[in-house]
Design a protein around this ligand. Structure first.
Ligand code: NDP
Length: 337
């Protein structure tokens, strides 16, 4: 039983030696327990926050503890009345081959699920985040302009496609021409701009001739700087993530632009609201699942998975996620499904 533990707290970007691979015996389930075999491990940006002990909405991982994470797992052996060997479940069993569970927090996968890994992507946490953040906080109206960054990723790709379904003009921002081409040609966004380009502010202004009504915030940094002057009166900003800042060790050097931000919020009566998906919307997962399942089966929402083979490759893949090396929802295939 291999597992990857937190070896040290990263200073800035995580490095290989912040993780350690350990081997242990495969545990045996006692009465009331079941043994899970990880098939897919989801790698997500929030894990960077768990590696740090700065105060946040969730407790940090302890040094020497397994890295946490959502998984799709198969029940290998069961001493639990509700589960049988062979069942597929959505679990939170972390970066390891096997884990014991008492059944708490497990969700049996719907047999209608077209492929089990989708429970970690478009039909799971990232898709749910896109759906609630956009529809409940962003409230896009037909004809409005919606901008989203990390547009080829797990959350951003779904945000833009739902906004298109709602009749909006949708402008994505992504890293590099290959991702941008995919976002326009495959996902159907109206335009997509490369955030590595020095001309992003002008290109964004050109792509949003009517200004921006909804900015779905995934990254912060230079992208938000480009968005701020283009926001319309009564624009909405769901604050979902700030991936450009997750490795920051301190605030960036001045000038202090907080006054510019608050003045823009005031004079344009902008609503900017953060959210943490399961804390704030856990009771609406069923509504999301029904809507997304319908769009998927009708071919109205597309998705892309970036699958890395082997648990031992999880640290490098995670480091790459924070640098934009993933292309689509990042998953580790830990064992064949
Ligand atoms: P993605 O699949 O989008 O992968 C992360 C992407 O972020 C990278 O591929 C890269 O894409 C982009 N990125 C990384 N660094 C930068 C940077 N400096 N500037 C601009 N873009 C950058 O990840 P997810 O879809 O899983 O997550 C997207 C966001 O949503 C994250 O901020 C995450 O923390 C947040 N989130 C929040 C939740 C909540 O409950 N609030 C729940 C789930 C996710 P590119 O190459 O295109 O730049």
């Amino acid at each position: 039983n291999r597992r990857i533990v937190l070896n040290s707290r990263p200073v800035g970007a995580p490095r290989d030696d912040d993780f350690r691979l350990e081997e242990a015996e495969i545990p045996q389930p006692a009465k009331g327990q079941l043994l899970l075999r990880t098939l897919y491990l989801s790698l997500d940006p929030y894990m960077r926050g768990r590696m740090s002990d700065a105060p946040s909405y969730a407790a940090p991982v302890g040094i020497g503890e397994p890295m946490p994470g959502g998984t799709v797992a198969r029940v290998e052996a069961s001493q639990h009345g509700d589960y049988n060997a062979g069942d597929l479940v959505l679990a939170y069993s972390g970066w390891q081959d096997y884990a014991l569970s008492d059944g708490q927090g497990l969700v049996k996968l719907d047999p209608a699920m077209p492929q089990p890994s989708l429970a970690l992507g478009v039909l799971g946490m990232p898709g749910f985040t896109a759906y609630m953040g956009l529809l409940d906080i962003g409230r896009p109206q037909a004809g409005e302009t919606v901008v989203v960054a990390a547009a080829s990723g797990a959350v951003g790709s779904v945000v833009g496609q739902i906004a298109r379904l709602k009749g909006c003009r949708v402008v994505g921002i992504a890293g590099g021409s290959e991702k941008c081409r995919y976002v326009v040609d495959e996902l159907g966004f109206d335009a997509c701009l490369d955030h590595h380009s020095a001309t992003l502010p002008q290109a964004l202004a050109d792509a949003c001739p009517q200004g921006i009504d909804v900015y779905f915030e995934n990254v912060g940094g230079a992208v938000f700087d480009a968005v701020l002057p283009l926001l319309n009166v009564r624009a909405r900003i769901p604050v979902c993530g700030l991936i450009a800042h997750y490795n920051d060790q301190s605030l960036p050097p001045g000038p202090n632009r907080l006054g510019l931000l608050t003045r823009t919020l005031l004079v344009k009566r902008i609503k900017m609201q953060g959210f943490i998906i399961f804390d704030d919307y856990g009771d609406r997962y069923g509504e999301f699942f029904a809507a997304m399942f319908g769009w998927l089966t009708a071919g109205k929402v597309k998705f892309r998975e970036d699958i890395v083979d082997g648990l031992e490759n999880a640290p490098q893949a995670f480091i790459g996620l924070l640098e934009g090396r993933n292309f689509g929802k990042l998953l580790v295939r830990v064992a064949p499904a």
